[in-house]
Design a binder for this molecule. Structure first.
Ligand SMILES: CC(=O)SCCNC(=O)CCNC(=O)[C@H](O)C(C)(C)COP(=O)(O)OP(=O)(O)OC[C@H]1O[C@@H](n2cnc3c(N)ncnc32)[C@H](O)[C@@H]1OP(=O)(O)O
Ligand SMILES: CC(=O)C(=O)O
Ligand SMILES: [Mg+2]
Length: 356
C-alpha cells in the first residue's frame, strides 16, 4: 500500500501525474461489444452516438481463438474513430490469463491516448490493482501519454467482495466498480445459473394462517444482489469512485432488466452494462432521474432557502439532510441535461408545472 503522502505520485519515471478526482461524466450505460466481431464492430459508430460509454470487450464472451482478433479489432476501431464525448473503455482479460499482458502492452502503446478506462475482471484484492497500477505507469511513460488511464474493477469473486473497501481505495486510478453477478455466483458457489437478476426460489413467506401450511400465504421474491450492491456502493462512496450494476443476461426480459437496473439506481449506482442494443434505452431511462423527481428536488431546494431549519412541503418535513438528498438528484439531472436538450426540456417542463 502506498503511504498517504505519496499516493498521488506517478509510479514510473515519466508517467503522467495521477488524477486527484475521478471525473464524473455521464456513464449510465457501459455498452459492451466484441471488437473482433465484424457485424458488431460495424454498428459501433452509430451506437457510439447513443451511449455514454463504449466498451471493447476482450475477456469472457470472446472465444479463446478470437482473443487476438478482438484486441486488434479494438486497436483499429479506436484509431479509425473519434467518438467525441462518448468514452471508450476496454475490459482486458483476467490477470491469471495468457492474454492480459499483451492486452495491456498493446492497448496502452497503440491507443492509450484514446482509452479512458481499463476494466479489470476478477479482482481479488488491492494487490491486483497495485500490479495493474505500476504496469500502466510504466507503459504510459514509454508511450509518452499525458493523461493517466483509469481503472475499473469487476466485483466478481468472494474475496473481492470481502476486500471491496481496500480495492476501492487501492489507487488514485480507481474510477469505479461493477457488480459481476455471474462469476460472483460461481465463486461463492451460489446455486443460481442466471446472469444477474432475481431468482423465484429466493423469497420470504408470510406466516401460516391456520393448520394448512400452504393456505393463504403470500411469498415475496427477494433481491439476491442487494447485499453486494449495497457494500459496493458504500465502498465506492467512501473512496469517491463510482458504482455500477453489471450485466443482466436475460436480454429478452426487458421488464425485469429495468427493475434490476432501477434497484441499483435507487441504491446509488450510476449506471449498468448494456450487452445488447435493446438494453441501451433501458439504462438511459433508469439512470436518468425522472422529470417528476427532478421537479420535486428543485422545488425543495428552492423552498429551503439557505438549507437550514425545517419546513413542511406538501405535508412532508424537509431539512438539511433532505436538501442534500435533493441536490444529488438535481445535480445529476443538470449534468445529464447539459448534453441532452430533450431531457433538459422534460426537466424544465416538469419543474415549471410545480414551481410556476
Ligand atoms: C457475464 C459477462 O461477462 S457479461 C459481458 C460479456 N458478454 C458480452 O459482452 C455479450 C455482448 N452481446 C452479445 O454478444 C450479443 O448481444 C448476444 C450474443 C447476447 C446476442 O447476439 P445476437 O444473437 O446476435 O442478438 P440479435 O440477433 O438480437 O442481434 C441483433 C443485431 O444486433 C447486433 N448486436 C448484438 N449485440 C450487440 C452489441 N452488444 N453491440 C453491437 N451490436 C450488437 C447483432 O450483431 C445483430 O446484428 P445484425 O442485425 O446485423 O445481424
Ligand atoms: C460481469 C461479469 O463478468 C460476470 O458477471 O461474471
Ligand atoms: Mg465475469
Amino acid at each position: 500500500m502506498r503511504s498517504p503522502k505519496d499516493f498521488f505520485a506517478p509510479l514510473a519515471l515519466g508517467a503522467p501525474a495521477p488524477v486527484r478526482e475521478i471525473p464524473v461524466t455521464p456513464s449510465r450505460m457501459i455498452h459492451f461489444f466484441d471488437p473482433g466481431n465484424e457485424k458488431m464492430a460495424a454498428k459501433v459508430p452509430d451506437i457510439a452516438k447513443k451511449v455514454d460509454v463504449l466498451l471493447g470487450n476482450l475477456e469472457d464472451a470472446v472465444r479463446a481463438d478470437r482473443k487476438e482478433a478482438a484486441r486488434a479489432g479494438l486497436v483499429s476501431i479506436a484509431k479509425a474513430n473519434d467518438f467525441g464525448k462518448t468514452q471508450l473503455w476496454t475490459r482486458v482479460n483476467s490477470l491469471d490469463s495468457p492474454w492480459v499482458l499483451d492486452d495491456l502492452v498493446t492497448l496502452v502503446t497503440e491507443i492509450g491516448d484514446k482509452l479512458d478506462v481499463i476494466m479489470v475482471p476478477k479482482v481479488e484484492g488491492a494487490q491486483d490493482i497495485h500490479y495493474v497500477d505500476r504496469l500502466l505507469a510504466q507503459l504510459e511513460a514509454r508511450a509518452g501519454l499525458t493523461k493517466p488511464l483509469l481503472v475499473h474493477a469487476i466485483l466478481e469473486t468472494a474475496s473481492g467482495v470481502a476486500n471491496v473497501e481496500e480495492i476501492a481505495g487501492a489507487s488514485p486510478r480507481m474510477q469505479g466498480i461493477s457488480l459481476g453477478p455471474a462469476d460472483l455466483a460461481a465463486s461463492r458457489r451460489m446455486k443460481t445459473t442466471r446472469v444477474g437478476g432475481g431468482h423465484p426460489g429466493y423469497l420470504v413467506r408470510t406466516d401460516p394462517t391456520g393448520e394448512d401450511l400452504n393456505a393463504g400465504r403470500t411469498t415475496y421474491q427477494q433481491d439476491l444482489w442487494h447485499y453486494t450492491v449495497a457494500r459496493m456502493v458504500d465502498a465506492c462512496a467512501t473512496h469517491g469512485i463510482l458504482p455500477y450494476y453489471g450485466p443482466f443476461g436475460d436480454i429478452r426480459d426487458v421488464v425485469a432488466c429495468e427493475d434490476q437496473f432501477r434497484n441499483a439506481f435507487l441504491l446509488g449506482c450510476v449506471g449498468a452494462w448494456s450487452l445488447h442494443p435493446v438494453q441501451i434505452d433501458i439504462a438511459k431511462k433508469v439512470f436518468s432521474p425522472s422529470p417528476s423527481d427532478v421537479a420535486w428536488a428543485r422545488r425543495v431546494i428552492a423552498e429551503m432557502g439557505d438549507g437550514t431549519g425545517a419546513v413542511m412541503i406538501d405535508g412532508k418535513m424537509q431539512d438539511d439532510a433532505s436538501v442534500k438528498q435533493c441536490r444529488v438528484v438535481a445535480e445529476l439531472a443538470d449534468a445529464l441535461a447539459a448534453d441532452d436538450p430533450e431531457l433538459a426540456a422534460a426537466y424544465d417542463a416538469a419543474t415549471k408545472e410545480i414551481l410556476g
